[in-house]
Design a protein around this ligand. Structure first.
Ligand code: EPU
Length: 422
């Protein structure tokens, strides 16, 4: 396994391009399975999770070609004859569970492994299954697998997601697009990834109303066609880089190839740190403040503050002058980075789902490790402002969701080496 060796501190200066979004790409890839012909998807990042999902899709007999140079995927489900997503692939990535909605939507039958546990506690899929049952799909559990069967045409139905769930909304959309008479999802996710999926399905011929609102109405159509789709820029990578750019006085970074509209309320909160932010159509310039103001944050569903930026925000707050609190209302136990930041010299305490941070702390390099993607990137950010050498072990997690992270950051002044973990 690889590790990063980071020499700090380094301010960041220059242009930083944002890659295509992982979490937006995966639903588009699942949607391609509903089409009668091949679908081309552009702006796909070269990430471990994308390769994993390619293999999940290939296991069904579907042809997948990934042109890595062009960042383009071609998915042709004409030969899809195997309606299963096996445990050894699904356990590597929870989003493989989108195969359930896709296979029901295409064939009315699917056998998909339950995803199992996650690095930060239970992440249930009960709403996915209850929603499908409300649609008329027959669900049975068999040796760790969900076996789903649906008649040719499902009756009308509705379901309320409580809490709102990105993944369940996506699975219900995929299942209903070709099968349901009329299905209404209440309290549907409004995240940009869901909006993009609705638009993609509509381009393929689906009848969906209400994207970007809490009520989605889907009227099933008998067939969908293969089309050309454009993936969105990664809004979480954008937020991560904005935060990284604010951490060290003297930093001045322009994020390019991004879509500021997808960031919800985040830029407003971010500006309260004192960072100077200039937003253009596809770029965001961030100049670090001389003194970072403490800003408390509470995570919530879109357009609120994303849980996927919670760890990065706490890391920024270790450099702010004063006390701040960061509360995660989406996941209650997503704080594996806290003891690692403490090892670097930061002052943070967790109580229930809230972390309290006293800043500023002078960080100094040490070996640290984390077991999830967003926690790992936070440790890299801390390493870039710490004195001396920081080793971030198991960057495997970073490679799941940040494309060429060290190369991008080195181009704007970081000093990060990838080495074998031994
Ligand atoms: N929930 C249930 N039952 C369900 C489904 C969800 O109780 O059946 C709860 C969850 O426990 C959580 C809340 O609903 O408290 C929201 O979870 P959601 O289903 O929206 O999350 P997800 O679809 O599993 C996606 C992202 C996550 C991101 C969350 C929240 C992908 C592949 N994953 O997960 O991204 O944290 O939405 O925005 O899109 C990441 O990229 O690092 C990541 C984990």
């Amino acid at each position: 396994m690889d590790k990063f060796v980071i020499e700090g501190p380094t301010p960041l200066r220059g242009d930083l391009p944002v890659s295509g979004s992982k979490n937006a790409a995966l639903p588009l890839m699942a949607a391609a399975l509903l089409a009668d012909g091949p679908t081309q998807i552009r702006h796909i990042p070269k990430l471990r999770d994308i390769y994993t999902f390619n293999n999940v899709i290939r296991a069904t007999g579907t042809q997948v070609r990934f042109d890595e140079e062009q960042r383009e995927l071609l998915i042709d489900p004409s030969d899809l004859t195997h309606y299963e997503a096996p445990y050894d692939l699904v356990r590597k990535m929870r989003a493989s569970f989108y195969m359930l909605g896709a296979l029901i939507g295409r064939e009315g039958y699917g056998r998909v492994s339950l995803p199992g546990g996650c690095a930060w506690g239970p992440r249930p899929v009960d709403l996915h299954l209850k929603g499908l049952e409300a649609m008329g799909v027959e669900i049975r559990l068999d040796e760790g697998y969900v076996v789903a069967r649906a008649p040719e045409r499902l009756k009308s139905g509705e379901f309320t997601l409580e809490p709102s769930s990105v993944g369940a909304t996506i699975n219900l959309l995929l299942a209903a697009a070709r099968r349901s008479d009329r299905f209404v999802i209440h309290n549907a996710a409004m995240e940009p990834d869901v909006v993009l999926l609705c638009r993609a399905l509509r381009k393929m011929g689906a009848d969906i109303e209400g994207e970007g609102t809490p009520t989605l109405t889907i009227r099933g159509v008998s067939s969908l066609e293969g089309v050309v789709l454009d993936n969105a820029p990664d809004r979480i990578e954008t937020g991560t880089f904005m935060i990284a750019a604010a951490m060290k006085p003297g930093s001045d970074v322009t994020l390019t190839h991004t879509d500021p509209e997808d960031l919800g309320e985040f830029p407003e909160l971010f500006a309260r740190t004192g960072a100077l932010v200039t937003v253009n159509e596809h770029s965001i310039r961030v100049k670090a403040p001389d003194e970072i103001q403490p800003v408390s944050a509470v995570t919530g569903i879109y357009p609120g503050f994303p849980t996927d930026l919670q760890a990065q925000w706490s890391t920024l707050m270790t450099q702010a002058r004063g006390t701040s609190r960061v509360q995660d209302t989406v996941y209650f136990d997503r704080f594996s980075y806290v003891p690692e930041l403490q090892r670097l010299g930061a002052s943070l305490q967790v109580e229930k789902n809230t972390v309290t941070i006293q800043g500023p702390s002078a960080l100094s390099g040490a070996s640290v490790m984390s077991t999830d993607l967003r926690a790992s990137v936070s440790l890299v950010m801390a390493g870039m402002v710490a004195e001396g050498t920081t080793e971030v072990l198991r960057v495997y997690h970073l490679d799941r969701g940040y494309e060429e992270l060290e190369k991008k950051l080195n181009r704007v002044g970081a000093r990060i080496r990838r080495e074998s973990d031994g």
